[in-house]
Design a protein around this ligand. Sequence first.
Ligand code: SF4
Length: 495
Amino acid sequence: MASSMILLTDDLLLDYARCHRRAYLHREGDRHHRAPEKDFVLKLRREHQQQIQRVLAGQTVVTPQYAPQDWPAGAAATETLMAAGVEQIHRGILRWTAPLEAFPQWTGLELVGRPTLLVKQPGVSRFGDWCYQPVNIKLGKRPKSEYKLVAMFQGLILTQVQATPPPDPQLILREGSSHRVDSGYWLGKMVAAVTDCVAALRGPEPPEVFISRQRCSLCPWYDHCHGVAVAIQHLSLVPGVTPGRYASLQGAGVTSLAQLAVLQPEQVEPEIEPAIAHHLQRQAQAIFENRPLPLGRMHPSRPSLAPIELYFDLEAEPDQDVDFLFGVFCVNHAKQTETFHGFFAEHPRDEPLIWQQFLALLHRYPTAPIFHFSPYEVETVKRLSQRYRMSQYSMRSLLPRFIDVHAWLMQVAVLPVENYSLKSVAKWLGFAWRDQGLSGDQTVCLYNQWLDTADQEAMAMIRRYNEDDCRATHLLRMWLHQWSQGEPGNFSKYP
Ligand code: SF4
């Protein structure tokens, strides 16, 4: 059971806004179940610090001195600077421990906020003829709701500290845009979020697990939570079960995989559309019976193997707006040969060079279909064709050659998998990446490592990862070929 005294920091509230369970585990979870932060998370943190330095360059800011995590000392040092009327305070600490009359349910809380800046503004406060406004510099491109909740939370503590409400908090976002948080609108939402958060943190058990690929993939508790979800066959492991649909299923008494596998759409109408309910049922059935199931019509336009086929995957570093590796796995069915071509940009300025090398390879096999997984590859080809002024005529002849294997799969089969990422699907087919545990996010970190240190092993790992993605796409394509002909076969080709 969580203790009744709670230190509620703005970081913990941010975690709660993203995942209720994560906030609880951060406070109460077994540290042995927590994995080290992923390289990609560390990279984002570094970028955030660089962004703050860029925004503050040339400005005068004063930073209070205090030992790490010593909130009382940090708050005292910050209030000294506020009383002195310092124009901008960087990394100040806002702290409040006294009861708040308006929120008796918060009794026993220590509230701590750490805005990037406290900026002096006109007004009257207990410090004099001035007050302070919280300003947060955020790495995100959009003014996300969790940023606003946190800014309001800091504003509430600041109201107590300076004995007057601050002006609306401000957010400075990734591309330098500035956003004002509407206190009138967000105050009630923040109070509700804090109240719910405190109740959850004081609860005897962590909030229910819910695995969401997007939200959980970078979380240090993922392995632990995933293990819990697998052990109880949680419905969030069924692709297509979103939090909203999960609530609807629960409301209809569908709480287990076995029940979902025999779902009748009318059980969950009108909350879930019949077509979606039917799909969820098929998906659960595939997992429950551990076998692929047909879906819709077999794909009529992809019947046979071409003499030569190309499998394409690319790696990109979005922050530098560069596509740094074009990988093409060339399979010659007639000659029974397989060759991988990896066009690697040793520096971001080499992107036009590898783009031309990539196009030259495609032109060498002018009739070969180009298989890829997900729309991203074709979108990138279209974007680069504009960036490097490829003719409309060339594009018109090139684009029809691309075949999205993921889209093909989604039209014809449901698989006993937790999600339809290439990793998950190819693993089900028996494929294993040579560098196990490496992810696309990490290749971005490896590329930055390569740029910083020319580490040959980093480049080799990126190449291997990309080649394995191409090979996995090939394996899936071959499975789909047989599946479309009613012969799923055994594809444990890459043990
Ligand atoms: S893995 Fe997912 S469910 Fe678990 S704490 Fe992290 S975000 Fe929440």
